[in-house]
Design a protein around this ligand. Structure first.
Ligand code: MG
Length: 158
C-alpha cells in the first residue's frame, strides 16, 4: 500500500491539533516504510523544497524522519501523474483539482482518496482511522501497529 501525502492543508495549515498531526505522521512512518511519498507543490517539476518548507515546524527528530523516509513524488501538471495506479494506494489530499478527480475516477480509484478537510479539528484522527480500516487484510487482520509510547491510545478512537 503506497501512501501519497500532501503538505499544505493536510499536515500544515490545518485546524487539527499539532499533536494529532504528529501522531498521523508517526503512524505513517512506522507502518508504511518505503511506501511513503510526498505529493505536494513543494516537489513539483523536479524540485524538492520540502525540507526547507517543513523546517522549524516539527520537532527535529520527527523532521529528520519525515525528510529521509518520505520520498518526493515527481509530477508536473497533475498530482495524479505521480500515482502508481497498478498497486493499492491511499492519497491524503485536501483539494484535488477537477482534472485530478477525473483521473481518479477513470482509474476507479476515487475511494483511495482520503479527503482531508483542513477546517475539521478531527481530521488527523479521522485519517488515522480511515487508513486503519483500509489496511486491514481480507480476514480483517490489522496490518498496522502503534507504540505504547504514542501519546494517544486506541480507546480514544472508538
Ligand atoms: Mg493541499
Amino acid at each position: 500500500m503506497n501512501i501519497y501525502l500532501d503538505i499544505d492543508g493536510v499536515i500544515l495549515g490545518t485546524r487539527s491539533p499539532k499533536g494529532d498531526v504528529m501522531w498521523l505522521i508517526t503512524f505513517l512512518l512506522d507502518n508504511f516504510k518505503g511506501k511513503l511519498y510526498w505529493l505536494t507543490s513543494h516537489c513539483q517539476n523536479g524540485s524538492n523544497r520540502i525540507a526547507e518548507w517543513l523546517s522549524d515546524r516539527f520537532p527535529e527528530d520527527l523532521l529528520q524522519r519525515m525528510v529521509s523516509e518520505i520520498r518526493p513524488a515527481d509530477w508536473k501538471r497533475e498530482k495524479t501523474e505521480a500515482i502508481d495506479f497498478s498497486v493499492p494506494f491511499l492519497w491524503l489530499e485536501d483539494t484535488p483539482t477537477a482534472a485530478e478527480a477525473r483521473a481518479l475516477i477513470s482509474q476507479h480509484a476515487e475511494n483511495q482518496w482520503i479527503p482531508m478537510d483542513p477546517n475539521d479539528p478531527e481530521m488527523a484522527i479521522e485519517a488515522i482511522l480511515l487508513i486503519m480500516e483500509q489496511t486491514e487484510d481480507a480476514e480483517g487482520k490489522r496490518m498496522w501497529s502503534y507504540r505504547n509510547e504514542d501519546r494517544f491510545d486506541l480507546d480514544r478512537l472508538s
